[in-house]
Design a protein around this ligand. Structure first.
Ligand code: ZN
Length: 296
């Protein structure tokens, strides 16, 4: 059994309020967790997903306030691809998000310059949808289709991806979901991390299978970190041979570990280790728009 598709994609924003306006306001995703970067708790880590905060629909952002724009290059994910239900949805989003309609997709730049692509869903995976007042439900995003990365020598990654049970092409597919991982030839310019670039892509696995996947990564020549408890899920990180930072994250415990489903993302959540710092952190964080304004 392969990995259960994309768990989440994490990217960088230089402007958290504008990021909320775009992902919750324009794209209609649900802000399901407002927390801090566990490696630097003075800045946000924002999570947007479907109504239930599901893995498979979860795009997350580290806030680096005022970060200059980066650019994707060799060894970096350069495009995040979401599913929608129909051609009509592609038209709707081209119009609403100022996207560019191609024959088969709609390309959108987020305010930091990150490239998003919407394609018509041909999977039979459960649609992962958020409810938002301005978005007709039939046009809502349905979760990730996959990601595209730049690689100058993608053949280097083939044995590794095979060992991680990606099927040729490449696709990670588990019992419930799948997600693709496609390489494109990189631009000449070197990549530059910064606002609008993807930090890493996480693939999903059941909690009980996590240790096994870690062993598989190590056996394939990857160098996984120890299992890190991210509170909402557990994670390991490693670079695949083309240089892209991968994570394998568990399905669960999930975002309802510390707040009820009804009010997900409305309050600042701090993992237990950071709770004692709340009074110190809150005044240092940028005020954000209230996503409840867009909710159904
Ligand atoms: Zn992650």
């Amino acid at each position: 059994m392969g990995l259960e598709g994309v768990h989440h994609v994490t990217a960088i924003t230089g402007n958290a309020p504008r990021n909320v306006e775009f992902y919750a306001g324009t794209l209609g995703l649900r802000l399901v967790k407002k927390t801090v970067n566990q490696d630097d708790p003075t800045v946000y880590h924002l999570f947007y997903a479907d109504e239930r905060g599901s893995a498979g629909a979860d795009i997350t952002f580290f806030e680096y306030p005022g970060s200059p724009p980066g650019r994707a290059g060799d060894g970096m994910v350069h495009r995040v691809v979401f599913r929608v239900a129909s051609e009509a949805a592609l038209d709707f989003w081209a119009d609403r998000a100022d996207g560019r309609r191609t024959e088969t997709s709609t390309l959108i730049r987020d305010p930091d310059g990150l490239c998003l692509e919407l394609i018509v869903d041909t999977s039979s995976d459960e649609p992962l949808v958020a409810e938002q007042r301005a978005i007709p439900p039939e046009h809502a995003l349905r979760g990730f289709a996959g990601v595209r990365a730049y690689a100058s020598g993608p053949e280097r990654s083939a044995p590794f991806l095979e060992a991680l049970e990606f099927s040729p092409g490449w696709e990670a597919r588990g019992q419930h979901r799948g997600g693709f991982y496609v390489y494109d030839a990189p631009p000449e310019e070197r990549g530059l991390p910064g606002a609008g670039t993807v930090h890493h892509v996480a693939w999903a696995c059941p909690l009980e299978a996590h240790e096994g996947w870690r062993e598989k990564v190590a056996a394939a020549g990857g160098r996984p970190t120890p299992i890190i408890d991210r509170f909402y899920f557990r994670s390991i990180y490693f670079r695949e041979p083309s240089g892209v930072l991968f994570e394998i994250a568990t399905l669960g415990p999930g975002f309802t570990s510390d707040e009820p489903l009804e009010t997900l993302g409305e309050h600042l959540s701090l993992p237990p280790d950071f709770e004692g710092l709340r009074d110190e952190l809150v005044p240092r964080l940028t005020p954000l728009p209230n996503p409840a304004d867009w909710r159904v």
